[in-house]
Design a protein around this ligand. Structure first.
Ligand code: COA
Length: 220
């Protein structure tokens, strides 16, 4: 299992945009260029390059075909390809990959009124929030776990409209239709990251500037 975290603020906006965009297939490049702000273009390009680097590493070809499920989940067309999950927030982009389905979510933690969102949560989640010493940190943990779980199953947020989706925060476990998942959460200054997978055993790896040169090299 791999869990890669990239901080686009550590990259040079213009230089890296110029270097990364040509590495992408035309339709992915166009998608990145649809963003008006250059920071958003870079964030989008970084995510796609990370997926391409995963394809190069695990499948031996950076241009492996990608498909998108009816719920919006991207996946490699090739049957024995790794599963992956992508998330962006603030300046961070996170890519998780493994041999079985998994989901990852990163959120930038802003001061906000978490009670505005309580109608989205279960009774257990509301009780956790009400009794938490640090409710905002608890809110982002719950939020990212829900997102990561919904991505692992692949249904997006419609997972929580379906019967039988259960999260047990004490056991760091979740289940849906007989599939059991584990989850883990990491807190960084200003960000929360959650991973949900059959075995959530990865340790996050923060990509460095040197890694970017290597990644680019592996895609050329
Ligand atoms: C789309 C969604 C799966 C995640 O969106 P998000 O948190 O806003 O954005 P993220 O960057 O974390 O995730 C987006 C990525 O998830 C992936 N994704 C999209 N749909 C997916 C699905 N059904 N299953 C798994 N992954 C999916 C894609 O790779 C997408 O990135 P891409 O479009 O660049 O390929 C969905 O959960 C959503 O609409 N969230 C809205 C936020 C919200 O209301 N959250 C409430 C939490 S309680």
């Amino acid at each position: 299992m791999d869990l890669w975290i990239a901080d686009t603020e550590a990259l040079e906006l213009d230089r890296h945009l110029e270097q990364l965009l040509p590495l992408l297939p035309g339709f992915e490049r166009e998608r990145a260029l649809r963003f008006r702000k250059r920071e958003d273009r870079l964030r989008c390009a970084v995510g796609r390059v990370m997926i391409r680097a995963l394809a190069a590493k695990r499948l031996g070809r950076a241009d492996a075909a990608l498909l998108v499920s009816e719920y919006g989940k991207p996946y490699f067309a090739q049957e024995d390809a790794p599963h992956f999950s992508l998330s962006h927030s603030g300046s961070l982009v996170v890519l998780a990959s493994a041999g079985t389905p998994l989901g990852v979510d990163v959120e930038v933690c802003r001061q906000m009124e978490w009670r505005d969102f309580s109608s989205l949560f279960s009774g257990e989640e509301r009780a956790m929030l009400e009794s938490a010493e640090f409710p905002l940190a608890c809110f982002y943990r719950i939020w990212t776990v829900r997102e990561a779980f919904s991505k692992a199953v692949g249904l997006g947020l419609s997972l929580f409209e379906a019967a039988g989706a259960e999260i047990n925060y004490r056991a760091a476990a979740a289940s849906f239709q007989g599939e059991e998942y584990r989850f883990r959460t990491w807190e960084y200054p200003g960000y929360t990251v959650s991973l949900c997978a059959h075995r959530a055993e990865a340790e996050p790896y923060w990509l460095t500037a040197a890694d970017w040169d290597l990644l680019e090299g592996s895609l050329l």
